[in-house]
Every structure is written in structure tokens, then in C-alpha cells.
Design a protein around this ligand. Structure first.
Ligand code: BV8
Length: 250
């Protein structure tokens, strides 16, 4: 293997082979190669006059529940048509080689679980789940309804996607687990995330402060090999399989 493979720096490969605890934070970028738009992509079609921050809030939902529900219905249909890509699958392989592996995702698309990842912490919920806006309780197997948004079968309140909106608290247990996994990581990967949304973006800094090797994998980073910090510029669907091949040749 080329010793200076930009996608698999030798120092990082050795660290990966020796690592006990690996923590990964993923963002929309890892699902981009599955055809799902990221939040940095300009909104397309009928949504192009909106910003996600304008639609993914409880205020927006209160103001115009139909508009927000229909945006999520559009996104959910894209998610249902999407399949995991080689980046998601490479993380499943890494999980199989590492004794304590934690995958934290900001994504709401279930593609990590579909790829076979076992330990997935969903910081921002999941677009496939629906909950009652008033009771804040998930509604299972709801009947299709002509009403938009549909109503809660229990209390008649409006239904909403079970995702964390801007201005809403993250699920407490999920975030606590994520912080612990950052604190104790030997290696922390931040993959396909612009690091613009808090408190998820703080996890890489926590890992760095507690002595982890930190790897930033993105399309918009300058390559850097300054152990214990690595910046790898490339697509997750290409770089992660290259790292796996270098660390654990068949
Ligand atoms: C909170 C679910 C406590 C919904 C999401 C003022 C008032 C109130 C709050 C705030 C405030 N100022 C700041 C805040 C905190 C706020 C925040 O961070 N705002 C930002 C906009 C500044 N955060 C919150 O509100 C959080 N809650 O703080 O609670 C609180 C409570 C009350 C009051 C105050 C505080 C909740 C945040 C969760 C929001 N929900 N998602 C949905 O999906 O619809 S966030 C959503 O956007 C995603 O989940 C994700 O987290 C974020 C997008 O980030 P990324 O995933 O990084 O995606 P992005 O498109 O940005 O970047 C993609 C990257 O991939 C790019 O860098 C690109 O280069 C790269 N890439 C592309 N292709 C590839 C690639 N890389 C590799 N390979 C490729 N092929």
C-alpha cells in the first residue's frame, strides 16, 4: 500500500489498528453519495426559497404546519428511496474490528442502521418516526390520513416528525452517551459534517481536549497530517473504504 496514500495516512492506519475505542460523528455529507441533499446544498424545487433553519423549528411548524409537514414528507420520500453507500458500509467494517465503537449521527435517515451499524446514537432523531406535537410521544403504525398534517389518534393534536428542531433540546441520554464516547475515544472521526450545529459540533473539541486522535473527513478541508490531528479531503464513500483496506487488508 502506498505509504503516503493521502486517503490513509500511515500514522492514522497504525493508530486505527491499535485503537480500542473509536468514536465517529457523521453529518449529512456521508449520505450525500446516497443521493440525499445536505443542508449546505441549496434547497431545490419548491423549497428553494427556504433555508432548513427556517423550516426545522417548532415556530415554523406552529406558524405553518402544512408547509413543514410537506417538507418532511418530501425528504422522507427521498430517504425511503436512498440506500447506504460504501462510506456507511466501511463504518460497519470498522465497528467489527474495534472493541468499543460508537457511531453518533446527526442524520435522520436511518442509513447507518440499514448498512448494518449496530451501535448508532441518533442525536437529532429520525425522519421515519412520527410523534404527537402536543404529547411529545411517538405514534406507531398510524393510519394514512387525508389531513395534512395528520392528527394524533390519542389526543387529536397535530403529528410531526420525530426529529430535533432548532431551538429544541437533544435527547438527553443520546447526548450524554455521545459526550462520554468523545471523552474516552482513542480516535474521533468527524465525517461529512460542516460543524455548524451545536451542541453536536462540540464533540470533536471534547475528544481533542481529552487526548484523542481527531480525524476531520470532508470535501472542504485542506489535507493535514499533524498527529494527533488529521484532515482528509475526499468523499467519505472513497476515503473510508481506503482506510479500511489499509488497516485490515483482506
Ligand atoms: C439546542 C434534524 C439547546 C432536523 C437538525 C439561537 C437560538 C436557539 C438555538 C441556537 C441559537 N444559536 C445557536 C443555537 C443552537 C442551535 C444551532 O446550532 N444553530 C445553528 C444554525 C447555529 N442548535 C440547536 O438549536 C440544537 N438544540 O441547542 O438545544 C437550546 C434549546 C433552546 C434554546 C437554545 C438552546 C438543536 C440542533 C438540531 C437541529 N436539527 N436536524 C432535520 O433534519 O430536519 S440539524 C441538521 O443540520 C442536521 O441534523 C445537522 O446537524 C445539521 C447539518 O449539519 P451537517 O450534518 O454537518 O450537514 P451540512 O450540510 O451542514 O454539511 C455537510 C458537510 O458534508 C459539508 O461540510 C460538506 O462539505 C460535506 N460533504 C458533502 N458531501 C460529502 C461531504 N463530506 C464527505 N464526503 C462527501 N461525499
Amino acid at each position: 500500500m502506498d505509504k503516503h496514500n493521502a486517503f490513509a495516512p500511515a500514522g492514522l492506519v497504525e493508530a486505527l489498528q491499535a485503537a480500542e475505542r473509536v468514536t465517529v460523528l457523521t453529518g449529512a455529507g456521508i449520505s450525500a453519495e446516497s443521493g440525499l441533499p445536505t443542508f449546505r446544498d441549496p434547497m431545490t424545487g419548491l423549497w428553494e426559497k427556504y433555508r432548513p433553519e427556517d423550516l426545522a423549528t417548532p415556530q415554523a411548524f406552529r406558524r405553518n404546519p402544512r408547509l413543514v409537514w410537506e417538507w418532511y414528507t418530501w425528504r422522507r420520500k427521498l430517504v425511503e428511496q436512498a440506500a447506504p453507500n460504501a462510506g456507511h458500509r466501511a463504518l460497519v467494517t470498522i465497528e467489527q474490528h474495534i472493541s468499543e465503537f460508537t457511531l453518533i449521527t446527526q442524520n435522520v435517515d436511518s442509513l447507518h442502521q440499514q448498512a448494518g451499524s449496530q451501535r448508532v446514537i441518533e442525536l437529532h432523531g429520525n425522519i421515519r418516526r412520527t410523534k404527537c406535537f402536543d404529547e411529545n410521544v411517538v405514534v406507531e403504525n398510524r393510519e394514512e390520513s387525508a389531513e395534512v398534517p395528520p392528527r394524533c389518534p390519542r389526543c387529536g393534536g397535530l403529528l410531526r416528525p420525530d426529529v430535533v428542531w432548532f431551538g429544541e433540546q437533544l435527547p438527553e441520554q443520546a447526548f450524554h452517551t455521545a459526550v462520554e464516547a468523545a471523552v474516552h475515544a482513542d480516535i474521533f472521526f468527524a465525517i461529512g459534517t460542516s460543524g455548524t450545529v451545536e451542541p453536536a459540533a462540540s464533540l470533536a473539541r471534547v475528544a481533542q481536549r481529552f487526548g484523542a486522535t481527531v480525524v476531520i473527513l470532508n470535501l472542504d478541508v485542506e489535507p493535514l497530517e499533524a498527529p494527533p490531528l488529521y484532515h482528509i479531503n475526499g468523499r467519505a464513500g472513497i476515503v473510508l473504504p481506503a482506510l479500511v483496506r489499509a488497516a485490515w487488508p483482506e
